[in-house]
Design a protein. Structure first.
Length: 288
């Protein structure tokens, strides 16, 4: 009888311990989200949870936008038209640094223009580093962005979310990790599936100024596209993809005669973002 009672007590302790452990893991894995804010043809919210790297003293947050069918929003450089998103974190507390990343966008054909952005939905990953890790972070975001179909409608959202220190441990949100995975990587952190940009050259003089880019993309360059950005608000037309080289090298050309500012690009450092169905890379190149 005593042996049976002891066994039952031991079993109860094991079960309670397992339940407590499961509850503890559940708390660690709970990811926070603000309520959806409904806008015209779009809705937005803030997400947050533990960091991608368990040792990091930061939160992995995100700004999620979902769009009605047929509508779109824009990348940080929208292309020939459009409104880039603006993230204003003024009013947030206990912040050391905050950094918004941009997942790989795609080229969108519009009547009379080509733009760069997202359709259906996008999550912008946000790294939030608290000034005092033991204290909560209160995020306050004023977001301005374009919601566009045939016409573009400026949208504004004010969102807030409190991040308790308990959210610094546990597993990061799969949705946020997937969004982070879509952010183009630098050449130093390039993975085997990410594209490469081995050669860039420019010809700024004459009647046909241009930038020529050669790229290599694993698996034959499916879905490959290239976007070029210049500093100081200088306009760079969208590149055109040329026929591939004999060895399978992808070739792009930027017709600088469209911008009319080719010589202003001298000595400027350009950002080249190469995207594909299997990965994305972001590199810099300085015009001679």
């Amino acid at each position: 009888m005593g042996t049976t009672r002891t066994a039952i007590v031991a079993l109860v302790v094991v079960v309670l311990s397992a339940v407590a452990a499961a509850l503890g893991q559940g708390v660690a894995r709970v990811n926070l989200a603000s309520p959806w804010l409904e806008l015209h043809a779009a809705r937005v919210r803030l997400l947050a949870g533990p960091p991608a790297a368990k040792s990091a003293k930061s939160y992995l947050a995100g700004v999620e936008i979902t769009l009605a069918e047929g509508w779109k929003t824009y990348w940080r450089t929208p292309g020939d038209a459009g409104v880039p998103p603006q993230f204003d974190w003024t009013g947030s507390t206990n912040l050391a640094t905050i950094k918004v990343d941009y997942p790989a966008p795609r080229r969108i054909q519009e009547p009379g223009a080509e733009t760069i952005g997202y359709t259906s939905a996008v999550i912008f990953p946000v790294e939030v580093v608290p000034r005092e890790p033991a204290e909560p972070v209160n995020l306050e975001l004023k977001l301005e962005f374009g919601v566009c179909r045939e016409i573009c409608i400026p949208a504004e959202a004010k969102l807030s979310l409190a991040l308790p220190p308990s959210q610094l441990v546990g597993d990061a949100s799969p949705a946020l990790l997937a969004a982070l995975e879509r952010v183009p990587r630098s050449p130093a952190s390039r993975r085997p599936t990410d594209p490469d940009i081995p050669h860039v050259s420019a010809s700024l003089d004459g009647s046909s100024p241009r930038i020529s880019i050669e790229a290599r993309v694993p698996l034959g360059g499916r879905g490959a596209d290239l976007f070029v950005e210049a500093p100081e608000g200088l306009y760079v037309p969208l590149p055109k993809r040329l026929p591939d080289g004999a060895d399978g090298t992808l070739r792009f050309e930027v017709d600088l005669s469209r911008g009319g500012n080719a010589r202003e690009l001298r000595a400027k450092t350009l950002t080249l973002t190469l995207v594909s169905d299997v990965g994305a890379t972001e590199a810099t190149w300085t015009v001679p």
